[in-house]
Design a protein around this ligand. Structure first.
Ligand SMILES: [Zn+2]
Length: 365
């Protein structure tokens, strides 16, 4: 080995050692993938609650976790560590669990909310990044406490026939409708994503007040769970609002598109990386670096919210003196700064669906 080669090798080893010992704070300055940094955080940023950026490109601070168990809920897939949300989201889930139980739903099974500090994830969701999204199963909580293994492995049941994209009638109940109506009734909830078949079932069967159908939006997946999204919360000037949903019930031509062949074409480029896999720290709001660097709370228990507890108070009580510097550039970012959707997804959860002059499939009796 020449002296030059040896020197190069030592330099390479040194660089590797530096990478290993260099704290995340410094790595965050680099072009490292945001999902690696946010995906490895075990606790939230202990500052005042605040969301930065957009649902599919951002992060949040002051997060709290919903307890794994409450009288009216159980959290699923605990190993993912995604029980974290903006305290307003956690309060809303707790409230929904109580109201739903009063409506005759035997308690919620709670799926993913966010990572402790939000941000893109190693697997799964494009959104859920700013603590304002939550997945709730269409399965009622059982009367007993599920084991950790059941929460990890229990297979959810799809309500939708994957060939016809219509709801499987024997699985659909009035209780499902009541649960969705209750979730849509809260003013903070801006939209709820469900499978197109479920939206269509509601369009075909809901009687009386139908105004709430406007918040129910058809989207791929969401056949065994629905997705609740609340709006940007007070105290988060850097949170970027989503477009308001189109006026009307959404039971028209925009729904018909989902029952054409187009949305279900196989992905021409299935191996193409997803936006979340490419997002570097540089592409997130710059406050997200400060969110990564902010101190953690004393423990997970100190920021875990049980029944009847105000999540906002828990977050405020745990907030250290640390602050995340404000930037107005985030709120002012133009809509075009969103990452382009892959070819397989011609529309996004945030935009209107194309209106085609095709008839809806006829409701079955
Ligand atoms: Zn979701």
């Amino acid at each position: 080995m020449t002296i030059f080669a040896r020197a190069a090798r030592i330099a390479a080893l040194l660089a590797l050692a530096l990478t290993i010992v260099m704290p995340a704070t410094e790595l965050a300055q680099s072009a490292e993938l945001a999902k690696n940094l946010f995906g490895s955080k075990e606790l939230p940023a202990a500052t005042q609650p605040q969301s930065f950026g957009f649902y599919s490109k951002g992060c949040f601070a002051g997060g709290v976790a919903i307890a794994t168990d409450g009288p009216t809920w159980q959290a699923m897939r605990l190993s993912r560590n995604r029980r974290w949300g903006h305290p307003a989201m956690i309060n809303l889930i707790e409230r929904l669990s109580r109201d739903a139980t009063a409506d005759g739903w035997n308690g919620l099974l709670i799926g993913d909310i966010s990572q402790p500090r939000g941000g893109p994830m190693m697997t799964g969701h494009a959104s859920h990044q700013i603590g304002l999204d939550a997945d709730i199963w269409f399965t009622q909580m059982p009367d007993r406490r599920l084991t950790a293994s059941e929460r990890e492995n229990m297979s959810p049941r799809s309500l939708v026939n994957e060939k016809t994209h219509l709801v499987i009638d024997k699985f659909w109940t009035p209780a499902h409708e009541r649960l969705l109506k209750r979730a849509a009734s809260y003013s903070q909830v801006e939209r709820i994503l469900v499978n197109p078949g479920i939206k269509k079932k509601l369009c075909d069967t809901v009687t009386g007040d139908r105004a709430w159908l406007r918040k129910i939006r058809p989207f791929w997946g969401h056949d065994y769970h629905f997705h609740i999204r609340i709006g940007c919360q007070p105290g988060s000037p850097g949170c970027k609002r989503q477009e308001t949903t189109a006026a009307g019930e959404g039971c028209d031509k925009s729904l018909a598109w989902w029952f054409t062949e187009e949305p279900w074409r196989p992905n021409k480029n299935p191996d193409a990386p997803k936006a979340r896999d490419l997002m570097t720290m540089a592409s997130l709001p710059k406050e997200c670096r400060a969110v990564l660097q902010a101190p953690a709370p004393a423990s997970e228990a100190s920021v875990t919210v049980g029944p009847g507890v105000d999540a906002m108070a828990v977050s405020h009580a745990e907030a250290t003196g640390a602050t995340i510097p404000e930037s107005t550039s985030v709120a002012a970012a133009p809509a075009t700064s969103e990452p382009a959707m892959p070819e397989s997804a011609p529309i996004s959860a945030f935009a209107a669906t194309p209106e085609l002059g095709v008839p809806l499939p006829r409701p079955r009796p």
